[in-house]
Design a protein around this ligand. Structure first.
Ligand code: GLA
Length: 683
């Protein structure tokens, strides 16, 4: 288990710290405080290009080597960032052609990080050069355990720049995909509004235009931009693998929010690491959903420095952020609670961002483990030190354990990007919120769940939910059928199979290519205005706790062999099916033709649990979050109280708590924001 911090030694030299005579004196105190807090790893150097190479071709890596020496002397491992997220000013002054242009064609100027275009060959060459030089200069250091490529790649739109070089690459990408202009016109349906092209050079980039661009073209643009980013990361990975074959490579990702296919990126790195920013207002279930997304990005071929599976959180917030309207303090105990939420859901390394709040720059009021004064008599340092001490005790118990899930939620970036395009049937639909309704039901009903793509091998799951796969390729539809055919249970929903991978609507009925799987056809669909509702009347086996509404969207369904589980209560489709189930091969395909309230999804998942013979991890009060990491030897349960008040638990047999080392029996009050890590089942 790595317990780390994100350290910027370059912020802590004279005149900001240290003395004139000994400019780096503060580093020693920092390391001393890190050791006292049980920190065993640091990430450094992710923005240091301008300091490594102050003039073109003139390098200075000695200062970083000194920082690494100090870490090594004190038993702290180092993850080095490649510094390409912040090109030096001399580079952009000399070669302004590497700068990005926005959707209006306007140049984005240097003077901050991320001022480059990832389609610039020149930028690639300079990146390759600095990565090679850094790896050659520092890669042999005994403290080095891993590399983080770049920083926050794909987090801002300018990386999908609209300059001439990008246009050239875009046309090359299209040529490779479509081979002939005729094929491109056919697949994109470019005759709509008479936008056919006769030459590759005519294909536009989706720049600011009077009306919306062809959605098929915009979708390809997203894929092209993603491929560019993946190739750029791979270029750096290859350089690092060549020079330092024993140091695994990662990059800091986010929960599916950046402008690339996160699964594709995960394929070209050795292990996944992420930034995690739950704020004081985050709902537990939302934070848990994001963590499950991040854990799911790479399930095979994981190579971490200590051989453990799972993922790392390479930037975990230590205090308040600086990008909200009001950046509230994170309350005492909450940082620790977030930490356990990460570890309980599979994290094997957590690094706090920042080690110390910088005294200058744009992020000077971003929370840190230490505040500006750098003293140890600070609430956050105390809380983080306590976590460090607990991790030292818990680490050996967690070795070899991982989160196992028999349920999955399907997600594809292609689908997500498609649903972000304009001219949807309803602007009120939000894929992330739809996914959250399902994830919260799994989370609150204590069933572990992970994310998978429709094209993945789905055979290991007992229950799969596929929320609104609006864009579904024939290959993906076949995968879903194969899964159910072989005995799986699938829950599909409205807004599925509306377009194929070319963004063309099927002419065989909806949901495209799945009418046989669900045993029905969606004849029409009725998006409901805000505030309007229909209702669901349930029949047969489906037990409900409440009257459930039908909101946002109602599919008008013609059954064709399926069983009806619920019908609409009113409007011209009153009495017609809203929720159905179809036997298909050895499995079952359930279709939910509308969106309902959270309570409905609780009932749905509880019912599906029975259908699939799945059991909740533990039975605990609703406000307690439960997760489990397991190995062949043991199951370790984490119980987290996300409330501001104590929660009473009942232990019917003696239970070992790893954190306190005590045995618990009978009634136990889990304190506000309290955590239990136990190895026995409680009922
Ligand atoms: C990202 C970056 C950091 C910092 C934080 C602030 O995750 O990697 O450098 O800017 O955001 O939230």
């Amino acid at each position: 288990m790595y317990f780390g911090v994100d350290y910027h030694p370059e912020h802590w030299t004279y005149p900001y710290a240290g003395t004139k005579e000994n400019p780096e004196a503060r580093w020693e105190r920092d390391v001393e405080l890190m050791v006292r807090a049980n920190v065993n790893a640091v990430r450094m150097g992710e923005f240091a290009w301008g300091l490594y190479e102050p003039e073109e071709g003139k390098y200075d890596f000695a200062w970083m080597r000194r920082a690494m020496d100090l870490m090594h002397k004190n038993g702290i491992k180092v993850v080095l960032g490649t510094p390409t997220a912040a090109p030096p000013l001399w580079l952009t002054r000399k070669h302004p052609e590497i700068l990005p242009r926005d959707q209006n064609g306007d140049l984005l100027h240097p003077g901050t990080r991320h001022a480059y275009c990832l389609n610039s060959d020149l930028y690639w060459n300079f990146s390759q050069k600095i990565v090679t030089s850094t790896a050659k200069a520092l890669g042999d250091h005994p403290s080095l355990i891993a590399w983080q490529i770049h920083n926050g790649i794909g987090g801002i739109h300018n990386e999908m720049s609209f300059n001439e070089e990008t246009e050239k690459d875009w046309h090359g990408w299209l040529k490779q995909k479509y081979e002939t202009i005729g094929n491109l016109n056919d697949c994109m349906g470019s005759r709509f509004w008479g936008q056919t092209v006769t030459d590759w050079s005519e294909v536009p980039m989706p720049m600011r235009s009077p009306e919306s661009h062809n959605p098929a073209l915009v979708l390809d643009w997203m894929r092209f931009s993603s491929d560019t980013i993946v190739a750029y990361i791979k270029m750096q990975t290859d350089v690092l693998h060549e020079i330092t074959p024993n140091a695994p490579v990662t990059t800091n990702l986010r929960p599916l929010t950046r402008n690339f296919d996160h699964f594709d990126v995960a394929d070209v790195i050795d292990f996944v690491s992420v930034d995690n920013n739950p704020t004081i207002e985050s709902r537990t279930a939302e934070a848990a959903c994001e963590i499950d997304m991040m854990r799911s990005l790479k399930k095979d071929d994981i190579k971490t420095p200590n051989g453990e599976e799972g993922f790392w959180v390479i930037e975990q917030k230590a205090g308040q952020v600086n990008w909200e309207d009001v950046n509230a303090l994170v309350r005492p105990g909450v940082v620790r609670l977030f930490h356990y939420q990460l570890v309980s859901r599979g994290a094997n390394g957590v690094f706090y961002f920042f080690w110390r709040q910088p005294r200058f720059g744009s992020e000077k009021f971003y929370g840190g483990v230490l505040s500006h004064h750098g003293r140890a008599d600070n609430r956050v340092y105390e809380e983080v030190s306590r976590i460090g001490e607990e991790m030292q005790r818990l680490g050996p118990m967690l070795k070899g354990t991982k989160v196992v899930s028999e349920c999955a939620i399907l997600y594809s970036h292609d689908n997500d990007w498609t649903l972000q395009l304009p001219m949807q049937p309803t602007r009120l639909f939000n894929l992330r919120k739809h996914i959250q309704l399902f994830h919260s039901a799994f989370h609150d009903r204590n069933l572990p769940v992970e994310f998978a793509r429709p094209i993945d091998d789905l055979s290991k799951y007992k229950l799969i939910v596929a929320p609104s796969l609006h864009q579904l390729s024939v290959g993906e539809a076949d995968r879903l059928k194969l899964y159910v055919q072989n005995g799986g249970t699938l829950i599909g929903t409205f807004n599925t199979g509306m377009v194929d991978e070319h963004h063309i609507v099927p002419d065989t009925g909806m949901p495209g290519n799945l009418t046989d799987l669900f045993g029905l056809e969606v004849e029409e669909f009725d998006p409901l205005p805000q505030g309007q509702e229909n209702h669901l009347n349930f029949k047969g086996s489906f037990h409900v706790s409440n009257l459930h509404p039908a909101r946002l969207w109602c599919d008008v369904i013609k059954p064709n062999g399926c069983e009806t589980l619920a019908v609409y209560a009113k409007d011209f489709y009153a009495g017609k099916p809203a929720i159905t189930m179809n036997e298909y091969g050895l499995g079952k395909a359930i279709y939910v033709g509308t969106q309902s309230s959270q309570e409905f999804y609780y009932d749905l998942i509880t019912w599906a649990r029975g259908v699939c013979n799945l059991f909740p991890l533990l039975k605990v009060p609703d406000t307690v979050e439960v997760s489990m990491r397991s190995s062949e030897e043991r199951n370790i349960y984490f119980l987290l109280n996300h409330q501001n008040s104590p929660v009473r638990l009942q232990f019917y047999k003696p239970t070992h708590d790893f954190l306190s080392g005590e045995t618990i029996t009978g009634k136990y009050d889990l304190p506000p924001h309290g955590v239990l890590v136990v190895d026995e089942k409680i009922r």
